[in-house]
Design a binder for this molecule. Structure first.
Ligand code: NAD
Length: 265
């Protein structure tokens, strides 16, 4: 159902972003991949997305800490997609967990730039063309940490509360664009709890206390996630694909937890 649509998924060389890129390609979209990594990792992502869909995926290498690089990428994308992407998934994110007074200033700046400001830039540059076409989907991968806090994550929690708030503003500004038939222009956040990706490995290791990785995972889940199960990246991707459907035209301004009950407590 996404034939003829183009998508940008930031941070799609790994984890949740790569799963979303594959799922959108499988649904018919032409996908622009973005993210850091070795040449092999980037090639692996392109091959994977092409295998999931009908080919034509391309990697755009902008470092999302750099607003000028994002502007250049969005200009290139406008050419590549003949007018701008229809589906924008702001997924790139980093974590660094230490107490607030120990947080390096450079980490604060990077986390706010990658997890929050990059979405501001892609949205301001992509959404006007979506509005002209009467269709668009912005899906921001926030976190349960956009809804509740945990200690040792000051910049991460600040960035995720920020992206939830900014998404609601954009949802309101664009709510009346398009129609039921065109599918409208919606902006939503997905708020995962623990998802099995490289991002959380340091936090698993910190809880192993000389035991196995499984012990670390169990300890991590026991702290906050009542289902005691991690999500898989593919499960987050399924929800993102659903939000792209025409029938989802009235789902906008939401922040949807996929968290095994974490935020129900
Ligand atoms: P990941 O580490 O597997 O992937 C992160 C991606 O972001 C990679 O493609 C990486 O190259 C890219 N990236 C990092 N810095 C970048 C930069 N400067 N410029 C461009 N790209 C950059 O992590 P993940 O777990 O898949 O995380 C994806 C998103 O999901 C993040 O926003 C994260 O906060 C969020 N999230 C993850 C979890 C979890 O448990 N894994 C839970 C909630 C939310």
């Amino acid at each position: 159902f996404l034939n003829g649509r183009t998508a940008l998924v930031t941070g799609s060389t790994s984890g949740i972003g790569l799963a979303i890129a594959k799922a959108l390609a499988a649904a018919g979209a032409q996908v622009a991949i973005n993210g850091l990594g070795s040449a092999e990792q980037i090639e692996h992502a392109i091959v994977g997305v092409n295998a999931a869909g009908s080919g034509g995926a391309r990697h755009f290498g902008a470092d999302l800490r750099d607003a000028n690089a994002i502007e250049a990428m969005m200009a290139e994308l406008a050419n590549w997609s003949r007018g701008g992407v229809d589906l924008l998934v702001n997924n790139a994110g980093i974590q660094h967990a230490v107490p607030l007074h120990e947080m390096p200033v450079a980490k604060w700046n990077d986390i706010i730039a990658i997890n929050l400001s990059s979405a501001f830039h892609t949205m301001r540059l992509a959404m006007p063309a979506m509005a002209q076409r009467g269709f668009g989907r912005v899906i921001n991968i926030a976190s349960v940490h956009g809804l509740v806090a945990s200690k040792d994550k000051a910049p991460y929690v600040a960035s995720k509360f920020g992206i939830v708030g900014m998404s609601k503003v954009a949802a309101l500004e664009y709510a009346a664009q398009g129609s039921r038939d065109s599918g409208g222009l919606t902006v939503n956040c997905i708020c995962p709890g623990w998802v099995e990706t490289p991002l959380i490995e340091p936090q698993i290791e910190a809880r192993m206390h000389g035991g196995s990785r499984d012990d670390g995972v169990r300890a991590l889940l026991a702290e906050k996630q009542p289902s005691l199960r991690m999500s898989l990246p593919e499960e987050i991707a399924s929800l993102a694909v659903f939000l792209c459907r025409r029938e989802a035209h009235n789902i906008t301004g939401t922040a949807m937890p996929v968290d095994g009950g974490w935020t129900a407590q």
